[in-house]
Design a protein around this ligand. Structure first.
Ligand code: FAD
Length: 405
């Protein structure tokens, strides 16, 4: 018996190791991670770590004592380079490791901006703690900041930099912010917050090149020739699943990730994929998707551990996500299908409101700004596939849990 090998020591991989022990798995667990830092919480990298409210030590997911006490072999600074699913072996930078079950938890990486000058010094992306340290010090150094991409990471960094007094411009190729993940009402409201804090938002923009001087970024050139000065360019244009190991081993991919079933099993015996690197058919939307969220990483890790330890499968979990910008906490429960009916709860100008999304009468998603009770209620109602009375749902004084049809 060679036990369970987990590749990737972050939210998904570390949770899988912990859940395996909780589920009574007594055999060997080996956790392989290429980063040398102790596993850490990633969301604060664009939030409390960047603002200085949290130190690197405060981001720790699990310390060395946990791995020791739980008898989990953590191979830090080791990269998995090749898989052989038939022989059940992983070739790593530190030698070959055999496995009985393999969990791929390799996560995702930042998409690179494909324009001349993207390699200049001062052009950064944000994915790991090393990136966050570079970004923090670059924001602290002053100067003008251009953020490429109006997604969550770009907007959280914009908020931090604006609060620190930097001049910030966000360049978005689409007509509004967050086009892939939030309805217009939410996107427009966040745009207003950013403008109130002095952030310039430019939409429908195409970048032609990043320009530099002696190897260091100096500006961004747009299609049409306009040049924006920049001492720092942060590129936040989405993530790409780290699925190459699986692809080279002939595993099935879908929508850019490693395709797994409801128990997180891939199409090779004893092989699982979880977290940002995996795609699956979401039971609430019946569509194949890849989610980049802590909730998804943790819940898929629990599902894989339960299956490996022959425990009952955990119930279907509702996707949820959050983002912090200024004094706004945006919380999202569920996935909004296109064309769903949007119901406003509260007024967008009072800093606490929600947008409830109905698929027919069924609650499909809820976007809440500073209304955590709506978020928690929505998670329960979506899980129960509850039908909603739209009239009751519009009244912010009626608890969402009581707006059931
Ligand atoms: P990752 O966290 O990406 O970890 C994968 C790990 O595998 C990495 O350590 C990587 O180095 C390692 N690895 C990859 N390939 C190999 C290999 N071949 N050999 C060895 N090791 C390997 N989610 C939220 O829900 N809310 C938020 O507010 C939020 N904010 C975020 C802010 C930032 C700046 C970032 C970057 C992400 C944020 N996310 C947020 C997303 C969330 O962090 C991810 O969904 C989560 O980290 C996914 O966990 P994971 O373990 O699947 O992958």
């Amino acid at each position: 018996m060679t036990g369970v090998v987990i590749i990737g020591a972050s939210h998904a991989g570390v949770q899988a190791a912990a859940s395996l022990r909780q589920a009574g798995w007594q055999d060997k667990i080996t956790l392989i991670g290429e980063e040398t830092e102790q596993p850490y919480h990633r969301p604060p990298l664009s939030k409390a770590f960047l603002t200085g409210e949290k130190s690197a030590e405060q981001l720790s997911l699990r310390g060395e004592a946990f791995f020791r006490d739980q008898e989990i072999i953590w191979l830090s600074g080791v990269r998995a380079e090749r898989l052989d699913p038939r022989a059940r072996k992983v070739t790593t930078s530190a030698g070959v490791v055999g496995y009985d079950r393999l969990i791929l938890a390799t996560g995702s990486r930042a998409r690179v901006l494909a324009v001349p000058g993207a390699e200049l010094e001062g052009v950064l992306s944000l994915r790991d703690i090393a990136d966050a340290r570079r970004l923090k010090s670059a924001i602290g150094a002053g100067g003008e900041i251009v953020i490429v991409g109006g997604g969550y990471i770009g907007l959280e960094v914009a908020a931090t930099a604006a609060k620190a007094g930097r001049k910030v411009t966000v360049l978005e190729s689409q007509a509004e912010l967050l086009t892939r993940s939030a309805p217009s009402e939410i996107a427009n409201s966040l745009a207003q917050y950013h403008r109130q804090h002095g952030v310039e938002l430019r939409f429908g923009v195409t970048i032609e090149a990043i320009e530099g001087d002696a190897g260091t970024v100096r500006g961004v050139r747009l299609a049409g020739g306009e040049r924006l000065p920049a001492d720092l360019v942060l590129v936040g244009i989405g993530g790409i699943a780290n699925a190459e190991l699986a692809m080279e081993a002939g595993l099935e991919l879908s929508a850019g990730g490693i395709f797994v079933d409801g128990q997180t099993q891939g199409n090779a015996d004893g092989l699982y994929a979880i977290g940002d690197c995996a795609t699956y058919r979401n039971p609430f939307t019946d569509s194949v998707m890849r989610l980049e969220s802590v909730q998804n990483a943790v819940d898929q890790a629990r599902a894989a551990a339960a299956h490996i330890a022959s425990q009952p499968a955990p119930p279907d979990t509702v996707p949820w996500f959050w983002s912090d910008q200024y004094d706004v906490k945006l919380q999202i429960a569920g996935i909004a299908p296109s064309g769903c009916r949007m119901i406003l709860r509260g007024a967008p100008d009072n800093n606490a409101w929600s947008l409830v999304c109905l698929d027919g009468e069924r609650l499909a998603a809820c976007f809440s700004i500073n209304r955590p009770a709506d978020h928690m209620a929505a998670r329960r109602l979506i899980a129960a596939r509850a039908l909603i009375d739209p009239h009751a749902a519009t009244d912010p004084d009626i608890p969402l849990l009581k707006a059931v049809a």
